[in-house]
Write a protein that binds this ligand. Structure first.
Ligand code: HEM
Length: 274
């Protein structure tokens, strides 16, 4: 019944767009803040990635499923609404009068498609490692002692440390851990997400692709946040100006937050050690 209503009703479809859009925006804000750990350093970024992957494994999958469902509903509903709009305005192309529709509003479907393509590329690069597997398969050797982590950071020193450690080590059969005799720290291996991102963005073509993708995301978000508020009933002109300012500030901050990474990496300001 709900599904039939959803298929018939434009209002319900817009509601689905707004709610799924809000979920996606919350994810984007969280992801962006999480990425800022890269500026703190390799240890911080890799611990964060390790925490997400290994420590909250099941919760991560629940979040992923929620995210995928939101994305699917968001995309399918947007296409459906686009077709409904085309059907309702058969003379659209005869009179090219777009005065009321702002550029961002008319281009939502196109920025949406490009963002979808960008996210697909992004997942193939950073989540599955299909693109640039060499970057993805990098290993970070770390210890529980933060001072030593830095020393063990580069590949050259890590190989040596691992050999030296292995000589008098009790090898931990449960994982890739080498427990040394005496007071030495425990050395483990984990995915080098930091190295993967740094090496990824050192390629100018990748950095440029991301910058373009994230600027498009900014335009898309700016209009999306405003229209979500309208759909949810906050369309009083008294507040609407504030919503426009708020959404513009928020989407600009999100774009700046994301693009700060490829820009600082490509100019060599971050990631010199890897
Ligand atoms: C500087 C920009 C970005 C960086 C450095 C970055 C980094 C990453 C990394 C390292 C992962 C893999 C996480 C893991 O599997 O442990 C990831 C996953 C992901 N990113 Fe980004 N990201 C960026 C921008 C974006 C943007 C703009 C979006 C959305 C529009 C986005 C959406 C996603 C999604 C959907 C996943 C998969 C989440 C999951 O399955 O766990 N990312 N990102």
């Amino acid at each position: 019944m709900i599904l039939i209503n959803y298929l018939k009703s434009t209002i319900l479809s817009k509601f689905v767009m707004a709610v799924t859009g809000i979920i996606l925006v919350l994810f984007i804000i969280g992801h962006c803040i999480g990425n800022m750990q890269l500026f703190i350093g390799r240890e911080s970024f890799n611990s964060y990635a390790y925490f997400l992957q290994e420590r909250i494994g099941e919760l991560l999958w629940i979040m992923r499923i929620g995210l995928i469902l939101s994305l699917i509903f968001h995309v399918v509903t947007s296409i459906r609404l686009k077709f409904l709009n085309l059907g309702a305005k058969p003379k659209k192309y005869e009179v090219k009068n777009y005065v009321k529709a702002k550029l961002t509003s008319r281009t939502m479907i196109w920025t949406g498609i490009m963002i979808f393509a960008f996210v697909t590329y992004h997942i193939l690069q950073f989540t599955t490692g299909t693109i640039y597997p060499g970057d993805y398969n990098r290993t970070d050797y770390y210890t529980t002692n933060a001072m030593s982590v830095k020393k063990l950071g580069s590949d050259e020193c890590c190989t040596k440390s691992r050999e030296a450690t292995a000589k008098d080590a009790i090898i931990n059969y449960r994982g890739n851990q080498y427990e040394t005799a005496g007071n030495h720290p425990i050395i483990s291996e984990r995915h080098d997400a930091y190295g993967m991102v740094i090496h990824g963005f050192r390629r100018p073509i990748v950095a440029i692709l991301y910058i373009i993708g994230m600027i498009l995301l900014g335009f898309h978000l700016n209009h999306a946040i405003q229209s979500a508020f309208q759909t949810l009933g906050y369309n009083n002109p008294k507040y609407f100006n504030k919503i426009v300012v708020g959404s513009t500030v928020l989407s600009t901050l999100i774009v700046l937050c994301f693009i700060s990474l490829p820009i600082t990496i490509i100019f060599g300001l971050v990631g010199g050690g890897v």
